[in-house]
Design a protein around this ligand. Structure first.
Ligand SMILES: NC(=O)c1ccc[n+]([C@@H]2O[C@H](COP(=O)([O-])OP(=O)(O)OC[C@H]3O[C@@H](n4cnc5c(N)ncnc54)[C@H](OP(=O)(O)O)[C@@H]3O)[C@@H](O)[C@H]2O)c1
Length: 296
C-alpha cells in the first residue's frame, strides 16, 4: 500500500506514520527538512523536500511523486499556526496558504494518481466550528481572496495574535469544506474514492504552538497535557493512532466528504459547522482557491 503524507515528521502525524510503517505501508513524506527527519525513518520512508509555504515546491513535489506507483492513501496532515503575520512565498497569508491552498493544489495535482478505492484525508480541527467553543477565535467567512490577502478584509482583527489564530481556525474550516466539495466533485467520475476531514481533538503536547510567545508554546507542549481532560481532548499518541486507523480501516471506506472526529478513544462521524455545510460556499472556496493556486 502506497501512502503519501504531509506533516508526518512531528506530533500527531509522526505517531500515525510510525503506525502505518508497522503495517508495512510504503510511506512517502513531504517534509520541510528531510535531513532532520526522525532517525528511525532512515531507509524506511521516502522523504522528499516540501515546504507548503511555497506553491512552486508543491508542484515540484507532486511531479516527483507522480513518477511512482498509484497512491492508495493521501494523508494531508501538515498544519501550522502563524501568529506573527507571516506570508507565503507567493505573498499569501501564511497559515491559510500552507494549511489550505498548498493542500488544495497538491490534491488537485495528485488526483489522477489515486489508486482505485484510494483514500484522501485532510486533517482539520474542531476550532473550525464556533459551536464547539474551543477558545480559538472562530472563522467569520471562507472568502479565499480575503483570507489570502487579509489586508483587504474590512473585518481584520487588529491584534496580530487574534488575526493569526482566527486565520488558523479558518484554514481548518477550509479543510472541512474542501473535503466536502471534493467528494461532491468526485461523485461522477471517481465514486470509489474515500474522502474525509479528520479532527484530532484538542491535542496539546505537539509542536503546533511553536510560533506563539515562548512561554505559551512551552505551556502548550508541556503543561496542558497534564491538566486538560475531556472527551474532545486527546494525546498525540491517541490521535495519531486514530489517524492511522482512518487511513486503512475498512470501517471508514464509505466516507464521502464526512467530518470524522476523535471522541475519547475512538472516532465518530459528526456534523461540521453550519458554514461548512453551505454547499455554495464550499463550491466558491474551491474555484477561488483554484484561481489563487493556478491551473494543473
Ligand atoms: N494539536 C492540536 O491540538 C490539533 C488540534 C486540531 C487539529 N490539529 C491539526 O493536526 C495537524 C498536526 O498538527 P500537530 O498538532 O501534530 O502539530 P506539529 O507537531 O507542529 O506537526 C505539524 C506537522 O506539519 C509539518 N509542517 C508544518 N508546516 C509545514 C510546512 N510549511 N511545510 C511542510 N510541512 C509543514 C511539520 O513539519 P516539521 O517537522 O518540518 O515542523 C509537522 O510534521 C495539523 O494539521 C493541525 O492543524 C492539531
Amino acid at each position: 500500500m502506497r501512502i503519501l503524507m504531509t506533516g508526518g515528521t512531528a506530533g500527531i502525524g509522526l505517531v500515525a506514520a510510525r503506525r502505518l510503517l508497522k503495517d508495512r505501508a510504503l510511506l512517502a513524506i513531504g517534509a520541510r527538512r528531510p535531513d532532520r527527519a526522525p532517525a528511525d525513518f532512515s531507509g524506511r520512508v521516502d522523504l522528499k523536500p516540501l515546504d507548503l509555504a511555497d506553491l512552486d515546491q508543491v508542484r515540484a513535489f507532486a511531479a516527483r511523486i507522480a513518477e511512482g506507483p498509484p497512491i492508495d492513501v493521501l494523508l494531508l496532515n501538515a498544519g501550522l499556526q502563524n501568529v506573527s503575520g507571516g506570508r507565503s512565498r507567493q505573498g499569501y497569508e501564511l497559515t491559510f496558504a500552507a494549511n489550505h491552498l498548498a493542500h488544495h493544489l497538491l490534491l488537485r495535482l495528485l488526483l489522477p494518481r489515486m489508486a482505485p478505492d484510494g483514500r484522501i484525508i485532510l486533517t482539520a480541527s474542531g476550532t473550525h466550528d464556533p459551536a464547539e467553543q474551543t477558545g480559538m477565535p472562530p472563522p467569520r467567512h471562507a472568502d479565499a481572496r480575503r483570507l489570502a490577502h487579509p489586508e483587504t478584509d474590512p473585518d481584520l482583527d487588529r491584534s496580530a495574535g487574534v488575526a493569526g489564530r482566527r486565520a488558523y481556525s479558518t484554514s481548518k474550516l477550509c479543510n472541512v469544506m474542501t473535503a466536502r466539495e471534493l467528494a461532491r466533485r468526485l461523485a461522477g467520475e471517481r465514486p470509489d474514492l474515500m474522502v474525509a476531514a479528520f479532527d484530532p481533538g484538542f491535542t496539546p503536547g505537539t509542536g503546533l504552538a511553536r510560533d506563539y510567545p515562548f512561554p505559551l508554546s512551552l505551556v502548550f507542549r508541556f503543561v496542558l497535557p497534564l491538566v486538560v481532560r475531556g472527551k474532545r481532548v486527546s494525546t498525540p499518541a491517541n490521535s495519531g493512532r486514530l489517524l492511522a486507523q482512518l487511513a486503512v480501516d475498512p470501517r471508514w471506506a464509505g466516507a464521502r466528504g464526512d467530518y470524522i472526529a476523535v471522541r475519547g478513544r475512538g472516532l465518530e462521524s459528526v456534523p461540521p459547522s453550519a458554514l461548512a455545510q453551505d454547499d455554495e460556499a464550499c463550491a466558491r472556496l474551491w474555484t477561488d482557491s483554484e484561481a489563487l493556486t493556478g491551473p494543473v
